[in-house]
Each structure stands twice: as structure tokens, then as C-alpha cells.
Design a protein around this ligand. Structure first.
Ligand code: ACO
Length: 324
């Protein structure tokens, strides 16, 4: 028998305010047709001025704990993937920890932009496998709207705010691909692409928060190629084929990138979870938001094999195979 991480609960939170493409067309020179055709995005949620990333994260984490039927005290590790922390320090994760009444164990933020949830999931899985944690809250939460240049139509139409969370618990498996739990995780980074998708400010460079800047076509090209590689890597590592996958839950950046990954896997569109039309790109929150929606509405069920993938600034990218 081997130690594995079981996904026992999932939850999410979206801010109330919905901003449509038509709303954006009143602010910048764009149109619903342009945005929808290039990205598949129709609307996104934007946090209220008094809502911070921690507020979104806490709401999603509470729902994940409820779904897992576990009290906050059961948690011994909180990992919060975010690019938009409340403060430069301490980690937003400790605010979440305190709000949930967790006083034991440890908590930290993790920064891998849109790949943040995959990085956090892999980190949590490794802590569990090594016996250093038993019950882990893995959260992706963003107020990405705070780092957008709202006069730049090439970026401001792409992103949204939100949070998603999962609870992982240590359990035992037999060590084969039929096991429940996280079967494997695969992470990559290539810092040569730092300035293809980045924020032009920061604590140690400008002393300002900065705004998202992006070479859209380069990002698109790399996303399609790297995501294909990393989903193949996950299947090969487990001796599985695309036919074995019940659900693809991809990072929700662009419908065309998602369709390209699905085509490569020869997956029918019914097996792909899509939220980008209503959420936009919520960075580290996108995968757990999509996962939470498909578990919540009963599409993803116990025993299903789920392939998660994401790619983001850095570049960073990763995948995970999880049997619910
Ligand atoms: N509305 C109308 N026109 C626009 C807009 C807009 N919102 N944004 C840009 N344009 C214009 C440009 O100014 C340009 O005009 P020009 O020809 O007069 O110069 C024209 O549209 C074409 O611009 P491109 O950048 O070449 O458009 P493209 O077809 O590449 O689409 C897009 C841009 C949607 C950003 C695409 O490159 C893309 O999706 N890239 C991936 C980026 C991404 O998903 N980033 C998210 C983070 S990374 C990740 O999560 C994977």
C-alpha cells in the first residue's frame, strides 16, 4: 500500500458583480464579437472595492470544508496560490487560516500565476505523501482586476476575479492507476519567457504594484505546445490513454487553447469542463472554480478520472491526474 492524497471536498466563490463584454465596450475600443470570437469569454466577475483576495479565498475554503464535512481544526496545512495577495506580507494564507479557526500546522502562499493551483496541488500532494501533512486546504484565489490596466484592451478583457478550493486528505492506495486520489503531478517552468506575460511593477523593482503586460500571440503559441506535452506526460507516467479520461478540467484562459488540447486528446467536447465564457481567466482560481462547478452539478462523480492542466506567466505549466 502507498500513501496518497484523496480529494474529499471542493468549493468556490465568485464576486457578485458581473461585467459583460458589452460593459467593457463602453470603456475601451472593443466589442462582444471580437472578445467572444478570439477567447470564448462573454462575461467575468469583478470583486467589490472592499473585497480582498482573502475574502474570496475564505468563502471558497468554507464551502470546500463543508463539502468535505470537516471542521477547520482538521486542517494542518493551508496553501494559497495567488498572484494578488492582500499585502506584500504576511502570506494571505495565514489570514485564511485564522478566519477558519485553524491554529495548528502551517500556511503559506504560492506564486506561479495561472499555474498556481497546479503547483499548490503538487506541493500539497508531496507534503501528504511524505507524512508531513494529513489534511490540506489548497486554494486558488485572485483579485486579478487590481493588476489590470483598464485602458489596455488587449489585456483587460481577458481576466476576472474568483476563488476555488479543495480539501485533500491522506489515505492509502495500492499504487496503480486504478487508485483513487492524486495519481501524479507534473510541473515545469522556463524563465526565459519572463517578459512575455508579466506585471511591469513590483516590490523590489519599482515599488509599485504594476499592470499585466502580455505578448498575446507568443503566449498562445507556447500554451498550445506546452499543454499538449504536459497532458501526454501525465498519461504516459500512469500507463493511461486519452480514452481513460472521464473529464478534462483545463485552465480557463482561452476557449481556442482549450479546444486545441481537447482535440489533441481526441476528447469529445462533452468531456471538457468550460467556465471561461462566464468567468474569464481567473488565474490560479480558474481550475478549482471549474472543478467545483462540475463536481457541484454532478458531472464529475466518485471514481471518475480527471485530468487538470494549466499554463501561465514565467512561463510555468503543469498537469495532474486525479481519480475522485
Ligand atoms: N478588442 C478589439 N481589438 C483588439 C482587442 C480587443 N479587446 N485586443 C487587441 N485588439 C486588436 C489589436 O490591437 C490588433 O489590432 P491591429 O491589427 O490594428 O494592430 C488586432 O486586434 C489583433 O491583435 P492580436 O494580438 O494579433 O490578436 P490575436 O488574434 O492574437 O488575439 C489574444 C489576442 C486573444 C490575446 C490571443 O493572442 C490570446 O488569446 N493569447 C493567449 C493569451 C492568454 O490567454 N493569456 C492569458 C494568460 S496566459 C494563460 O493563461 C495561458
Amino acid at each position: 500500500m502507498i500513501r496518497r492524497s484523496f480529494l474529499v471536498g471542493c468549493g468556490s466563490y465568485l464576486p457578485e458583480q458581473v461585467v459583460t463584454n458589452d460593459d467593457l465596450a463602453l470603456r475601451v475600443d472593443t466589442s462582444d464579437a471580437w472578445i467572444a470570437q478570439r477567447t470564448g469569454i462573454r462575461s467575468r466577475h469583478i470583486a467589490a472595492p472592499d473585497q480582498m483576495t482573502s475574502d474570496l479565498a475564505i468563502a471558497a475554503a468554507r464551502r470546500a470544508l463543508e463539502a468535505a464535512d470537516l471542521p477547520g481544526e482538521a486542517v494542518d496545512l493551508v496553501i494559497l496560490a495567488t498572484t494578488t495577495p492582500d499585502n506584500t506580507f504576511p502570506a494571505t494564507a495565514v489570514k485564511v487560516q485564522a478566519a477558519l479557526g485553524i491554529t495548528k500546522g502551517f500556511a503559506f502562499d504560492l506564486q506561479a500565476v495561472c499555474s498556481g493551483f497546479l503547483y499548490a496541488l503538487a506541493t500539497a500532494d508531496n507534503f501528504i505523501r511524505l507524512g508531513q501533512a494529513h489534511t490540506v486546504l489548497v486554494i486558488g484565489a485572485e483579485t486579478f482586476s487590481r493588476i489590470l490596466d483598464w485602458s489596455d484592451r488587449s489585456t483587460c478583457v481577458l481576466f476576472g476575479d474568483g476563488a476555488g478550493a479543495v480539501v485533500l486528505c491522506a489515505g492509502e492506495g495500492e499504487g496503480h492507476s486504478g487508485d483513487r486520489g492524486i495519481l501524479s503531478t507534473h510541473l515545469h517552468a522556463d524563465g526565459r519567457h519572463y517578459q512575455q506575460l508579466w506585471v511591469d511593477g513590483g516590490v523590489s523593482s519599482t515599488g509599485t504594484v504594476g499592470h499585466v503586460r502580455m505578448q498575446g500571440q507568443e503566449v498562445f503559441r507556447h500554451a498550445v505546445a506546452r499543454l499538449s506535452e504536459v497532458v501526454d506526460e501525465a498519461l504516459t507516467a500512469n500507463g493511461l490513454t486519452p480514452d481513460d479520461i472521464d473529464w478534462l478540467v483545463p485552465h480557463q484562459a482561452n476557449r481556442r487553447i482549450i479546444d486545441s488540447t481537447a482535440r489533441r486528446l481526441k476528447l469529445s467536447p462533452e468531456k471538457v469542463v468550460i467556465t471561461v465564457d462566464r468567468h474569464g481567466n481567473t488565474s490560479a482560481a480558474s481550475v478549482p472554480l471549474a472543478l467545483s462547478e462540475a463536481i457541484g452539478d454532478g458531472r464529475i462523480q466518485r471514481g471518475h478520472l480527471v485530468l487538470l492542466e494549466a499554463m501561465g506567466g514565467g512561463f510555468t505549466w503543469g498537469s495532474a491526474l486525479v481519480r475522485l
